[in-house]
Design a protein around this ligand. Structure first.
Ligand SMILES: Nc1nc2c(ncn2[C@@H]2O[C@H](COP(=O)(O)OP(=O)(O)O[C@H]3O[C@H](CO)[C@@H](O)[C@H](O)[C@@H]3O)[C@@H](O)[C@H]2O)c(=O)[nH]1
Ligand SMILES: [Mg+2]
Length: 197
């Protein structure tokens, strides 16, 4: 049997409040045949799912704007425009995004199309994000959205022209990775780009 390239040799919990922050020791079989031990800090954050809501006829998307501490602590005002997203909390990703769309925007979607999965920041986080797109119908809105105030959510719902959203990627107005990726997917595979007149 081939020798395993990576072997976990130890794990220490550094902090465990919301999700655990760990120090993990592993042994790597290097490409030169040697074995090397390394240690890394890793935040064992929950995996999540995100969905970009779009309307083909109106050529619009629905995004959220909410405060994100990580961005604030690193040079942004922290209020990021993002696709709807939430942690899985044990649910199937396709079910989770339908519930999150309702909670965060009030839109009722009955189906979401899977796009891809990605690791949010694989050197530092265990988190995997499942990405979807879904058509929304402006007449199917059960409430204002906004998220759960009791969990500290204070989410602004932002409906915008799809081409304006694409332009915001170029000007730095949209800087959330999953959202940039979903908008580019929508352009490449679903809606195409309309040149500004
Ligand atoms: N008390 C407490 N609450 C927290 C903490 N971290 C998160 N929460 C709460 O947990 C809930 C998470 O809300 P969701 O809508 O389920 O998740 P999200 O924050 O939108 O996360 C999504 O986007 C993230 C950023 O891209 C992703 O990291 C994540 O996987 C997911 O896709 C929010 O109510 C938030 O306040 C914490 O450290 N302490
Ligand atoms: Mg969310």
């Amino acid at each position: 049997m081939a020798e395993a390239r990576i072997r976990i040799v130890g794990e220490k919990i550094l902090a465990d409040d919301h999700y655990p922050l760990k120090k993990v020791k592993y042994e790597q079989l290097r490409s030169d045949g040697g074995r090397q031990q390394q240690e890394r800090e890793i935040y064992d954050a929950a995996s999540g799912a995100a969905v970009l809501l779009y309307n083909r006829e109106r050529r619009t998307v629905v995004l959220t704007r909410q405060f994100r501490l990580g961005a604030f602590l690193n040079g942004s005002d922290g209020f990021l425009l993002e696709a709807v997203a939430g942690v899985l909390e044990g649910a199937a990703p396709a079910d989770r995004v339908i519930a999150e769309a309702r909670e965060e925007t009030g839109y009722e979607i009955d189906h979401a199309d899977p796009v891809l999965q990605l690791f949010a920041s694989p050197g530092a986080l265990t988190e995997r994000i499942h990405l979807f797109v879904a058509e929304y119908d402006p007449s199917k809105r059960s409430g204002p959205g906004g998220g759960k105030p009791e969990e500290g959510e204070d989410i602004e719902v932002v409906e915008m022209d799809f081409d304006d959203a694409l332009a915001l990627i170029d000007t730095g107005g949209i800087v959330d990775a999953k959202t940039v990726l979903l908008l580019l997917h929508l352009e490449r595979r679903v809606l195409g780009r309309h040149e500004a007149s």
